[in-house]
Design a protein. Structure first.
Length: 318
C-alpha cells in the first residue's frame, strides 16, 4: 500500500504547504511561549485582564490605607489619653466610624491614580528560556502627562500626610509628658508640715547635724523616659519612611532614562526592581509593627505566643 509522503501529510485543506517555522532554520533570542516553560500569567493579549489588575490595585490601596489610618487613629487617642488622662476612653463603634471615614478620605485621594495605570508585558529569563509576564505600570497614553504628574503627587501626599499627622500627635505627647514628669533630682522625700499632726516636735526622732542628704534615684533604676521613647520611635519611623520612598523615586528615574522595562531580566533582578517600585507601601505597613515592638509588653506577648508559654502553663495546671 502506498504511503503518503511526510510533507504531503502536513498539507492543509487548501492544498498549500504550511510555512516553515523560523526557529527550525535559525535560533532566536526570544522563544515562542508554546515552546518555553508555562507562563506566569495568562497571555491572552497585550492588555490582559485589565479589570482583574485594577481590582488588585484597589485592594492594595485600601489595605495600605486602612493600616495607615488605623495607626493614625490609635496614635491620636493615645495622645488624648496621655494629655488628658481623665477623659473617657474611645468606644469601639466610634473608632470604627473614624476608621471608615479616614479610609474613604484616603481612598478618594488614591483611587484616581488607578486611571493612569494599566498592564504591561515584560520578558523574564529563566535559564535558557524567556517567558512573558504581566506587571502593573502607567499606561502608555498617560506616560509623562500632566494627569500622571498630578495623580502621582496626590499619591505622594497621601503617604506623607500619614507620617506628618503621626509626628504631630507624638510631639503633643512629648510636650505633655515633659510637663507631667519631674526631674530625677526632684524625686526626693521632703517633710510635710501640718498643724493637725498628732505628733509633737519633741516626739520626732532627732536628725543628725549636717546637711540633709537627698535620696537620688539612680538612672539605671529609674523608669524609662517616655519622651525619649517617643523620640526614638519618631527617628526610626522617619528612617523607615525615607528608606521606603527613596527607592521608588530612584526606580522612576531609571525607568524614564534607561527604559528598563524593555530589557530581558532575570527573575531575581526583576523581583528587586518591582520591590523598589512598590516600596512606599513598606512604610505604611511597617509603622504599626515598629510601634508594637517598641513596647515591652508587646514584645513579651509575642515571646509568650512564640514559645507557647501560656499553653504550657495551662497543660501543667490540668
Amino acid at each position: 500500500m502506498h504511503r503518503p509522503h511526510r510533507d504531503q501529510a502536513k498539507m492543509n485543506a487548501t492544498g498549500q504547504m504550511p510555512a516553515m517555522n523560523e526557529t527550525d532554520s535559525a535560533p532566536t533570542e526570544l522563544l515562542p511561549t508554546s515552546t518555553t516553560s508555562p507562563p506566569l500569567f495568562d497571555q491572552g493579549g497585550e492588555e490582559s485582564n485589565p479589570r482583574y489588575w485594577n481590582g488588585i490595585l484597589v485592594l492594595v490601596f485600601m489595605l495600605a490605607n486602612v493600616v495607615g489610618n488605623g495607626l493614625v487613629i490609635s496614635v491620636y487617642f493615645f495622645s488624648i489619653k496621655v494629655c488628658q488622662p481623665h477623659e473617657a476612653s474611645i468606644k469601639i463603634n466610634k473608632a470604627a466610624c473614624l476608621l471608615l471615614c479616614a479610609g474613604a478620605l484616603f481612598a478618594f485621594i488614591c483611587l484616581p491614580s488607578l486611571v493612569v495605570h494599566s498592564t504591561q508585558r515584560i520578558q523574564l529569563k529563566y535559564g535558557d528560556q524567556v517567558v512573558r509576564v504581566v506587571i502593573c505600570r502607567i499606561a502608555k497614553k498617560y506616560d509623562h502627562s500632566a494627569i500622571q504628574a498630578v495623580l502621582s503627587s496626590l499619591l505622594t501626599i497621601a503617604f506623607v500626610v500619614v507620617l506628618l499627622v503621626t509626628v504631630t500627635y507624638y510631639v503633643h505627647i512629648t510636650r505633655a509628658l515633659r510637663n507631667i514628669d519631674l526631674p530625677f533630682g526632684e524625686r526626693v522625700a521632703t517633710p510635710v508640715k501640718s498643724d493637725s499632726s498628732p505628733q509633737r516636735k519633741e516626739d520626732l526622732p532627732e536628725q543628725p547635724p549636717g546637711p540633709v542628704q537627698e535620696w537620688k534615684v539612680p538612672a539605671s533604676e529609674s523608669s524609662y523616659s517616655i519622651s525619649q521613647h517617643t523620640f526614638r520611635i519618631f527617628v526610626v519611623v522617619t528612617i523607615v519612611f525615607t528608606i521606603s520612598y527613596v527607592p521608588h523615586l530612584a526606580v522612576l528615574a531609571l525607568l524614564n532614562i534607561y527604559h528598563m522595562d524593555t530589557e530581558v531580566m532575570t527573575s531575581m533582578k526583576r523581583f528587586f526592581l518591582e520591590l523598589a517600585y512598590n516600596s512606599p507601601y513598606i512604610s505604611t505597613v511597617s509603622n504599626p509593627v515598629i510601634y508594637g515592638f517598641a513596647r515591652e509588653e508587646f514584645r513579651q506577648q509575642c515571646l509568650q505566643l512564640i514559645t507557647l508559654q501560656k499553653y504550657r502553663a495551662r497543660r501543667s495546671y490540668f
